[in-house]
Design a protein around this ligand. Structure first.
Ligand code: SAM
Length: 209
């Protein structure tokens, strides 16, 4: 199933992705663990679908720096690391336990092109070796927090970068933040893709291609 949806990836990558999904789902199923969005990951297929969508969004960004704000379990960052060839992924979280767990998970799965940063968007920006071509904004879902993340990461992206905002259709705060961010940056356009994942790109740069 994974192979059909994400295209030409090696069986090694696809089987690692499958292991990652199982690893994440095992944790979500553990009643002792408390996860912010436990109910959302109701079944293994949902976890896999979310990952496949992220993989589809990142797969064109070869050989560059990829960023994520909001690590949590590390699922998003590890998926991005698996599917973005020759890229280095930088993901941050203000919750230290999240960073510790995500690092353990990366070691367990032998995924080495991912760097977990403890802190907010400013800490992430300080850790970047170069400007990035991709950002997955998926942290706190209030308008103020999300707008801060969007404005915080935007200067660290290249003109033709892809900015993916998660949970836009399900969190009012995120939607309001994106609306204001788009007003602040008229050069950006919303490229409709999947439900809940809003892709923003620089429309002026796109025309120059
Ligand atoms: C929705 S979860 C992230 C899910 C993850 N991106 C994934 O794909 O599996 C949100 C995470 O953002 C973190 N967070 C909240 N506020 C933050 C901030 N200002 N900066 C960085 N991370 C933050 C929370 O601790 C939580 O782990």
């Amino acid at each position: 199933m994974t192979a059909n949806l994400v295209g030409a990836y090696s069986t090694d990558i696809l089987s690692k992705f499958d292991t990652l999904v199982s690893d994440i789902f095992a944790d979500f199923n553990d009643p002792i663990r408390t996860y912010q969005y436990e109910a959302y990951y109701a079944d293994r297929d949902t976890v896999m679908r979310i990952g496949i969508r992220l993989a589809g969004l990142v797969c064109l960004h070869e050989g560059s720096t990829i960023t994520e704000i909001g690590t949590d379990s590390g699922f998003g960052a590890l998926t991005l690391a698996l599917f973005s060839k020759n890229c280095e992924v930088y993901s941050c979280d203000i919750r230290e336990e999240s960073i510790i767990e995500a690092k353990k998970r990366a070691n367990r799965l032998d995924i080495n092109n991912v760097h977990f940063v403890h802190g907010d968007v400013d800490a992430l920006a300080a850790a970047l070796p170069s400007r990035a071509t991709f950002a997955h904004v998926d942290a706190h879902h209030t308008k103020e927090a999300c707008l801060r993340d969007l404005e915080g990461i935007y200067p660290y992206l290249f003109g033709r970068a892809t900015l993916v905002v998660d949970d836009v259709d399900e969190a009012n705060g995120v939607r309001s933040a994106v609306d204001e961010f788009l007003q602040n940056h008229p050069e950006l356009i919303h490229v409709p893709t999947y439900y809940n994942f809003w892709v923003l790109r620089n429309g002026l740069e796109a025309k120059r291609r």
